[in-house]
Design a protein around this ligand. Structure first.
Ligand code: MSP
Length: 515
């Protein structure tokens, strides 16, 4: 079986201050990267910044800063964010790096050599904010201004010499490709959207601009810079040292396992990108997953709408793991999700403090007092103990396949339910009344500790720092975490010492809080 996993986030436009939408897509990607790692995969996890194009050039001009210097500063804020979010990315790419320029120019040359590029003239609408071209039927009037209907951003008329990619030629091959690879676009609704867009007819795509200079030069023609989306999409290859296709990174990780993106950039990833790759005789990625948006009220959270929730402020107030948990759990993956501080607080109280935190706290304190601070040695598991433990062994393959389908909500619901069940088990078994029957008392404690160990393994991709804090009490290190082992009931070494634990999650006093 293929034990390599290559996952990417989109590379972010650094001119926008990072907001919750950006944090969301990165955290989700980190969840998958960490899960695959504990499931025995070699993982390459890429994120970075998308620094070319007219939008960035104008933003730098407005600030009167040299463009690359402007990008250096802004890119750093995203690199810092990846640390703040505790992302386990293995690379961070910038499109202004030489390794990337080399890669883009090589891809261009391949497309040119295969006669997929020709020189002509572009007349039409362009949105600088979206860095996208629009047809007349995709444009509307708003207060005397022309805007793109889909994004509401303003468009300007462009009339200039341009190189074109023969996208129309790839209409049929793309439809065949979607048919042969039914899992290429997920979720299903997005796939249908893409197929009907392609079926409605593809026009050749303008892939160079002459009227500004902030970009990668077209090979052998210094007057043109390469269209920012052809430039940006190629980052997924540059990070694997393309055009060197015989190096280990490329051999191990291309085609990418999954490009995780927001639904607004689906067309670029599910139509243009596979067309460029097919034209260059390279394999398209295995999957494009278009997740929903984090909304503020009814609208997409974005800088231009001024409705941003700042992830850094939220993390300072509540901590990182509560935010990671909340975003992964509360947004039904694939759909849009409305988030609020009030619901985040409810989630911290009910799931993290009362459910996981409480189970860890009470069981460990009980074991410290009543089992000589050790994982009990003398045990005899009965039917009830085995029932609760077997829930994990009988679900390992099921959970793994749900993650393969990006069904994060199933995975997290399983965790929440098993924590409820474990708290109930501990209450019902009343170990505090079993002091006369040490074997029974030991068996209850052992069972609950094993459940805590298993759930902490499962929680590691969601709340890595907190789960590691819990595992530390059993002397379990990050490198020991192994998803398959949730099936075993003998992971905890009998008789090993248990260390005390501090409060994991503080409950939020709702009435004292000014939300
Ligand atoms: N630079 C391009 C991507 C190029 S990939 C080859 C871009 N950058 S972006 O900064 O505007 O957006 C990056 C990602 O953040 C996209 O997947 C986008 O969908 C996602 N999000 C931006 N706002 C969002 C929300 N409010 N909610 C969820 N995700 C959102 O597009």
């Amino acid at each position: 079986m293929d034990k390599n996993f290559y996952i990417t986030t989109p590379i972010y436009y650094p001119s926008a201050k990072p907001h919750m939408g950006h944090a969301y897509s990165s955290i989700i990607a980190d969840f998958f990267a960490r899960f695959k790692r504990i499931d025995g995969y070699k993982v390459h996890f890429l994120t970075g910044t998308d620094e070319h194009g007219l939008k960035i050039q104008r933003a730098a001009e407005d600030k009167n800063i040299e463009t690359l210097k402007f990008c250096d500063e802004l890119s750093q804020t995203f690199r810092d964010l990846s640390k703040i979010l505790n992302l386990s990315n293995t690379d961070f790419i910038r499109t202004t790096e030489d390794r990337h320029k080399k890669s883009v120019q090589d891809l261009w040359k391949r497309l040119y050599a295969n006669d997929d590029i020709y020189l002509s003239k572009y007349s039409g609408w362009y949105s600088v904010s979206d860095e996208a071209f629009y047809n007349e039927d995709e444009i509307d009037n708003l207060d005397g201004k022309k805007i793109a209907i889909s994004s509401k951003s303003s468009v300007e008329w462009v009339d200039e010499e341009s190189f074109f990619f023969r996208l129309s030629k790839w209409e049929k091959p793309l439809l065949e490709f979607y048919k042969k690879n039914p899992d290429f676009i997920k979720p299903e609704s997005r796939k249908n959207e893409v197929i009907s867009f392609v079926k409605s007819g593809l026009k050749d795509l303008s892939i160079s601009r002459k009227s500004f200079s902030w970009g990668i030069k077209v090979p052998d023609n210094d007057d043109h810079v390469i269209y920012v989306w052809l430039d940006a999409l190629t980052n997924y290859l540059s990070a694997l040292n393309y055009p060197n296709t015989s190096n280990e990174l490329f051999k191990n990780f291309w085609p990418a396992s999954i490009h995780l993106i927001g639904k607004d950039i689906l067309r670029f990833h599910a139509v243009y990108w596979p067309a460029f790759l097919l034209a260059a005789k390279l394999k398209p990625p295995k999957k494009i997953y278009g997740h929903g948006w984090i909304l503020s009220g009814d609208e997409k959270m974005s800088k231009s709408k001024g409705n941003i929730l700042d992830p850094i402020e939220i993390i300072e107030k509540y901590g990182l793991d509560p935010l990671r948990y909340y975003l992964i759990k509360e947004v039904s993956f694939g759909n849009d999700g409305n988030i609020s501080q009030e619901r985040l607080e409810d989630c911290i109280n009910s799931d993290l403090a009362n459910n996981y935190g409480n189970l860890c706290q009470r069981t460990i304190s009980f074991a410290l007092k009543n089992c000589n601070s050790k994982v009990p040695k003398e045990i005899k598991l009965n039917k009830e103990d085995k029932l609760i433990l077997n829930e994990y062994s009988s679900n390992v393959d099921n959970l793994r396949s749900k993650i393969e389908d990006q069904n994060i909500n199933y995975y997290i619901d399983f965790i929440v339910n098993s924590l409820f069940a474990a708290n109930k088990y501990f209450n019902d078994q009343e170990p505090w009344k079993k002091k006369e029957d040490p074997i029974r008392l030991n068996s209850i404690v052992f069972t609950t500790l094993e459940v805590i160990r298993k759930v902490s393994f499962m929680l590691y991709p969601i709340i890595p720092e907190s789960s590691l804090k819990v595992l530390k009490i059993f002397d379990i290190k990050e490198s020991d975490i192994n998803f398959s082992s949730i099936a075993n009931h003998d992971f905890l070494k009998l008789g090993i010492e248990i260390k005390p634990i501090n409060i994991l999650f503080k409950k939020i006093e709702k009435d004292k809080n000014n939300v």
